[in-house]
Design a protein around this ligand. Structure first.
Ligand SMILES: C[S@@+](CC[C@H](N)C(=O)[O-])C[C@H]1O[C@@H](n2cnc3c(N)ncnc32)[C@H](O)[C@@H]1O
Length: 241
């Protein structure tokens, strides 16, 4: 009961997504070194799961649009089915959505075609892809993905490199380090064993410190949802050197 309640707060690990018929704990299915298998496996159910607080989500997207202009290029890290990419596409020149899951990206492609959006490029790759050139994005977004990286400083340094001068970095992260420590430790342990992707128990304070260390200053820190477990959206700007 307790575990189910905790899982419900972290939809990507929800027991409804990870059902016995969808998960076969065959040794070849362990996710330690291939987290994309996890996301491919739960892709159908993930794509069908609704946004938990739609009103807060819409308020957030409206707010994010105040940072966007028609000539901007945006990178969305861990874009999954491309929801955020699609919701901002008409406000910018170009959106690049990257993810490790080919199945989630296939859903993203379908949804963008349904919405008649033609300025989004979905790529199965990581932010460390060398074909991304330094200083090529005005805005980088990362929603509920940073906790899957082991070294957050390395990620922020790469985001800093990819951004143009005064570029904007928008992130929202499952900060399991600020929550139920026992539950977080269980998830992390499951990640170490390979039953889930590896998870970093981050805190909001840790993210803020890391942003400052890596050359950003925070321009906005907002919780858009009133839910007790809602995360902060951090909006940071690249420092002028
Ligand atoms: C919890 S989902 C969040 C999806 C979306 N950003 C949102 O907020 O609705 C996490 C996504 O990050 C992707 N992901 C996990 N690790 C990644 C990595 N190292 N690089 C890029 N994407 C990653 C997963 O495939 C999944 O689509």
């Amino acid at each position: 009961m307790w575990l189910n309640e905790e899982l419900a707060k972290n939809p990507q690990f929800s027991s409804e997504l990870i059902t016995p018929d969808s998960v076969c704990f065959d040794i070849h299915m362990l996710f330690k070194d291939s987290p994309e298998k996890f996301w491919d496996l739960i892709s159908t159910k993930y794509a069908a799961s609704p946004i938990s607080d739609i009103s807060a989500y819409e308020t957030k997207i409206t707010r994010l649009k105040t940072y966007l202009t028609a000539e901007m290029s945006v990178l969305d890290i861990g874009c999954a089915t491309g929801t955020q990419c699609g919701d901002i596409a008409n406000n910018v020149k170009q959106v690049t959505g990257i993810d490790i899951s080919s199945k989630l990206l296939a859903v993203a492609e379908e949804r963008m075609a349904e919405r008649n959006l033609d300025n989004i490029n979905f790529i199965q790759t990581s932010i460390f892809d060398e074909s991304f050139q330094a200083g090529s994005f005005d805005v980088v977004m990362a929603f509920f993905v940073l906790h899957f990286f082991e070294d957050i400083d390395v990620v922020f340094k790469r985001v800093h490199e990819l951004l143009k001068p005064a570029g904007i970095f928008i992130s929202e992260t499952a900060c399991l380090g600020n929550k139920n420590k026992l539950f977080g430790s269980l998830l992390r342990f499951a990640g170490h064993l390979g039953f889930l992707p590896k998870i970093n128990l981050l805190t909001t304070q840790q993210l803020e410190r890391s942003l400052k260390r890596t050359g950003f200053h925070i321009v906005e820190k907002t919780r858009f949802s009133n839910h007790s477990d809602a995360e902060f959206t951090l909006i940071a700007k690249k420092n002028s050197s």
